[in-house]
Design a protein around this ligand. Structure first.
Ligand code: PEP
Ligand code: MG
Length: 578
């Protein structure tokens, strides 16, 4: 029977596919299909890893000191016995034969099957023994990892058309899985502003997050429909439901086709004000989307994705190649390269000294703070960006500024690097320097920042997080996320007005810029430059072309004066219907 499960729709669209269940901390396990003639070799590799795991335990057992407590000895014996148990060994072998998959994958499927059996047990003690099964399976996985088989380049990836159901997922994992061909994503944790959600939108992967207990309600292989627009997942949908979703998919495709007609038209309001619409780029391959959307340039290139899933930080040369390619591909349109915004939910563990995990990563050594504290990572990036500026207009954007001192440090560094590059004979173009306004302190002092910068860019994702004190990746406080909160609106208006007062251009590159329900409000507040995920650009352009700036400007003060959130929401709806 069909089951509807509700969560938070974070990436629009509809995906249909079979469920694949994963646990985030086990995602580094490579799962892929193997050609049928190599299944035998894969089974051998698996048996070898089981043998070695057993030997390993025996060795541990032999080396135990004489005063070892009996329960520890018992625990090791139980694990050794489980490794003798043919069902734990034969189960995955059968799966490898049936699915032509690698040993790691088969072992994880077996883990899921056993978990279901254990969860159905009445006796709490027996249920808790699943932990032992997990540990034994992890031991074998570790061994398999040491003898990892080469990953065949399966056309379409290892999860073609599958819908991934995970407890949690970080952006680095999502990148890997996208490469493996997943069609949709469901997570138990996470919210609309998490970087994983932003990335899912950018990769056009329909996604629903914050779906608590998803992995206990959905079983491996279940047929799923993900409705990213409505935040619902249908498990085991019947024929009628499938028909309904296939028709909706067709309607969506028709709407997108209709929108593509305005691709080449300028974004200009009905009363003649031109608006600059730029694209946010997370991955260099997003360039194709950018052209499809007819963007005026790149308003935000999140460089941190170059650093994820890499054992080492990319060096100056490899960064230069990526940035230069981007600048050349834009053919004269500006490229805004944001310096590294690592930290918070974009962690690269290799950059952190052991034992220094931040207690509160969003408030810790993130973004510009991390860069200024570690010139070995910041200087090569700045050098690479400056060198790329020889090929076209480049703007550098500094994330998470909270005081002007940080900005002066960056300016000094840039001057010194520019001098060095010149003496080394490297070509460097003119580069504009901008700062992100995404911390309330920066919004409150926007005028001081605007005086010393060539442009400002408002990052509403973090500005809302820090203003309302809600962790953007915590779905439990997601209900407090409100771009229309009067305090958020005040900070936006202060920033826009402060920039205008000193003649510094200001844009917005947070998710709010790509949400059509706020387009008219932002225009009325004075914004003329918006940057968003390319997939949102044409819809925003459509709203702009149907708007009259004069009317919006006259209406917006009413919204700014209102203090009741319900009243503000009602006024914004009224504005959108005009
Ligand atoms: C923002 O905070 O609004 C922003 C654009 O930056 P990010 O989402 O990468 O933190
Ligand atoms: Mg930000």
């Amino acid at each position: 029977m069909a089951l509807a499960i509700y969560g938070i729709g974070v990436s629009r669209g509809i995906a249909l596919g079979a469920a694949h269940l994963v646990r985030r901390n086990r995602l580094d396990v490579q799962e892929h299909l193997v050609p049928p003639d190599q299944v035998g070799a894969e089974i051998k590799r698996f048996r070898k890893s089981v043998r070695e795991s057993r030997d390993e335990l025996q060795l541990v057992r032999q080396r135990l000191p004489t005063n070892t407590p009996a329960e520890v000895i018992e625990f090791i014996d139980i694990h050794a016995l489980m490794l003798e148990d043919s069902s734990l060994i034969e189960g995955p072998i059968k799966i490898m034969r049936e699915l032509s998959c690698n040993a790691e994958w088969a072992l994880n499927v077996e883990r899921g099957r056993l978990r279901k059996i254990f969860e159905d047990m009445d006796d709490p003690y027996i249920r808790s023994r699943m932990d032992d099964v997990d540990q034994v399976i992890d031991r074998i996985q570790n061994r398999l990892h040491e003898h990892a088989a080469p990953v065949p380049d399966t056309p379409g990836g290892s999860y073609p058309g599958r819908v991934l159901v995970a407890d949690d997922l970080d952006p680095a994992d999502l990148l890997l899985l996208h490469h493996q061909g997943i069609a949709g994503l469901v997570t138990e944790l996470g919210g609309v502003l998490s970087h994983t959600a932003i990335l899912a939108r950018s990769l056009k992967i329909p996604a629903v997050m914050g779906m608590r207990h998803a992995r206990s309600l959905i079983a491996e292989g279940d047929a799923l429909v993900i409705d990213g627009d409505r935040g619902v997942v249908m498990a085991d949908p019947g024929r009628e439901i499938l028909k309904h979703y296939r028709e909706r998919l067709k309607r969506i495709q028709r709407r997108l086709k209709g929108l593509s007609r305005i691709r080449k038209r300028p974004a200009r309001t009905a009363d003649g004000t031109s608006i600059c619409l730029q694209a946010n780029v997370d991955l260099p391959q997003d360039m194709k989307l950018l052209d499809d959307a007819g963007a005026d340039g790149v308003g935000l290139y999140r460089t941190e994705y170059l650093f994820l899933n890499q054992p080492e930080a990319p060096d100056e040369e490899s960064q230069f190649e990526v940035y230069a390619a981007l600048v050349k591909a834009l053919k004269g349109r500006p490229v805004t390269i944001r310096t590294l915004d690592l930290g918070a939910d974009k962690q690269v563990d290799s950059r952190r000294a052991p034992g220094t995990a931040p207690v509160n990563p969003s408030l810790g050594l993130r973004a510009i703070r991390m860069c200024l504290s570690d010139p070995t990572i910041f200087v090569p990036q700045l050098r690479a960006i400056l060198r790329a500026s020889a090929f076209g207009p480049v703007r550098i954007l500094i994330p998470m500024l909270s005081n002007t001192q940080e900005l002066f440090q960056v300016k000094h560094l840039l001057q010194a690097i520019r001098r060095d590059l010149k003496t080394q004979g490297a070509k460097v173009g003119e580069v504009q320097l901008g700062g992100m306004i995404e911390v309330p302190a920066a919004a409150l002092s926007a005028r001081s920042f605007a005086k010393h910068l060539d442009f400002l860019s408002i990052g509403t994702n973090d500005l809302i997080q820090y203003t309302l004190a809600i962790d953007r990746i915590d779905d439990q406080v997601g209900y407090l996320y409100d771009p229309l909160h009067p305090s958020v609106l005040k900070l936006l208006k202060m920033t826009i007005d402060a920039a205008a007062a000193v003649g510094t251009p200001v844009s917005m590159c947070g998710e709010m810029a790509g949400d059509t329900s706020y387009t008219r409000l932002l225009l009325g507040m004075g914004l003329r430059d918006l940057s968003m995920h390319p997939g949102a650009l044409l819809e925003v352009k459509q709203v702009i072309n149907d708007s009259d700036i004069g009317k919006l400007k006259r209406f917006c003060p009413r919204i700014m004066r209102a203090t009741n959130p319900l009243r503000i929401a009602a006024l914004v709806r009224e504005l959108n219907e005009r």
